[in-house]
Ligand binder design. Structure first.
Ligand SMILES: [Zn+2]
Length: 473
């Protein structure tokens, strides 16, 4: 289907190109003026897509970042290696300026021990598929031991009260709602168990929390992710459990509420570390206002951060490289920023936004790819409806490439830090049905990323940047 549409488009372009040779006067009379920019835009976008699909660099970049560097939590030696790798790539591609922006980032180390063992009179001992949530405090060598109480919500905690919770391990088992067509909505609805679960359970005297992995899939992979603490409330260890073992644990608790669990974690916090956002830019020919394209360089250590967010980083770099190799001279300053530390709360994005404010930089648009390297369906625009309509006016240019959804919505975790500075914020919107199978798990590896899907995303962003730069927003 897509191939046929591309052929049709090519025939249309060839026809108009031949027709225009030596017939300029007739063209001016016969073709309404409005057709000319549309034709030029179509050709430019076709060239961008062709370059990405024929000679793209995003897949090779992702191969290196995922397979040679791998998981790269902020503060880790791998994150430092990723910073240097990204800097070298930007230099290699001939950006006008490449520099590092310093930022102090959190440094947490998972450690080699993360175990949860069930003790039951019927089956004896049993290991569960778990991992420490990112940022969890550790336990001593013997670990914590206690009974388990299952809840679905913070409301359940309130109803049970301290008398039923104190001294126990709270098991959050609210399902990722499979009825939500947008998996990001499903993720959002289940997310507070992980983000605030330890804080809420500790208020009632819990000694630890087990959180059902945030995925609609039933499998045996625990999904890590940041767990929040409140300095005024006792910090308790927090683990994620695979959905398969969450179902098992729930059934086991129904049969025997006296079951005990032993959780041992060697996770540890270290002092903050100096790290960097990596920035490359090409100067504009008319105006130094900025069009930003971005992703986040840090990634959880359980996988190799191929989808989250290696894909976004290489698509951001590639989008500007594609414009450059197509000899596009931008009016505005085009900048790529690879943020450090999205996963612990965005210290990199705040440092970037602070610096932009201090230096009185103006961003007209900020783009982010942080929803996986999957087939692009559209753009999600965080701005007023007037700006959304301006981007929607380019829909016909994107339709031949399978992009049919240009809607108002959430943009990206890092670029929202720029929101009060007024740019139009735009997130790349890939198909999300499989994303949470990989998200924050050992499955988030290079072999799970499809080359064409990745390249189509880079081309979509390059095309959008071209339109914003040449037409304005
Ligand atoms: Zn991410």
């Amino acid at each position: 289907m897509e191939f046929k549409m591309r052929i049709k488009l090519s025939v249309y372009i060839i026809f108009l190109t031949i027709f225009s040779c030596g017939q300029e006067k007739i063209m001016t009379k016969m073709v309404p003026l409005i057709r000319v920019p549309v034709l030029n835009d179509s050709m430019m976008i076709a060239n961008i897509y062709n370059s990405s699909l024929e000679n793209g660099q995003s897949y090779q970049m992702l191969d290196y970042l995922s397979n040679k560097i791998g998981g790269r939590q902020s503060g880790s030696p791998m994150a430092a290696a990723a910073v240097e790798w990204a800097r070298q790539e930007l230099i290699k591609f001939g950006f006008d300026s490449v520099y590092l922006q310093p930022v102090m980032v959190p440094h947490w180390v998972r450690g080699s021990i993360e175990k949860a063992k069930l003790f039951n009179t019927h089956f004896g001992e049993m290991d569960l598929s778990v991992c420490a949530l990112g940022g969890s405090i550790g336990t001593d060598e013997l670990g914590l031991m206690g009974n388990i109480i299952e809840v679905k919500s913070f409301e359940d905690l309130k109803n049970l009260g301290e008398k039923n919770i104190k001294g126990k391990v709270v098991f959050y088992n609210r399902r990722f709602d499979p009825k939500e067509i947008s998996t990001f909505v499903g993720y959002g609805k289940a997310g507070n168990q992980r983000g605030q679960g330890a804080i809420e359970a500790a208020k009632y005297g819990a000694i630890g929390v087990i959180v059902r992995s945030l995925t609609p899939e039933i499998d045996d992979y625990p999904h890590t992710g940041y767990v929040g603490y409140d300095e005024k409330i006792t910090k308790i260890p927090a683990i994620a459990i695979s959905t398969l073992d969450a179902e098992f644990l729930s059934k086991t608790l129904l049969a025997d509420a006296t079951i005990k669990i032993n959780i041992t974690l060697s996770a540890k916090w270290f002092p903050n570390v100096l790290s960097y956002n990596v920035i490359g830019e090409n100067f504009g020919s008319e105006d130094q206002k900025i069009i930003l394209v971005s992703g986040h360089l840090d990634a959880w250590d359980t996988g190799s951060g191929a989808h989250d967010d290696g894909a976004g980083c290489v698509q951001a770099i590639e989008s500007l490289r594609l414009l450059k190799i197509n000899n596009y001279k931008s009016k505005h300053r085009l900048r790529v920023t690879l943020y450090m530390d999205e996963e612990y709360g965005g210290t990199g994005s705040f440092a970037y936004a602070d610096s932009a404010k201090k230096n009185q930089e103006t961003h007209i648009a900020a783009l982010e790819s942080d929803a996986g390297g999957l087939t692009v369906r559209g753009f999600s625009i965080e701005s007023d409806l007037k700006n959304v309509a301006k981007v929607q006016a380019w829909s016909n240019l994107f339709e031949p490439y399978g992009i049919h959804s240009i809607e108002q919505g959430f943009s990206g975790e890092d670029i929202v830090a720029l929101k009060d500075q007024g740019p139009v914020l735009i997130g790349l919107l890939p198909d999300g049905q499989r994303y949470f199978n990989y998200h924050h798990t050992p499955k988030d590896i290079f072999s799970e990323v499809n080359q064409r899907e990745l390249e189509l995303g880079a081309a979509a962003f390059a095309s959008l940047i071209y339109l914003i730069d040449s037409k304005g927003l």
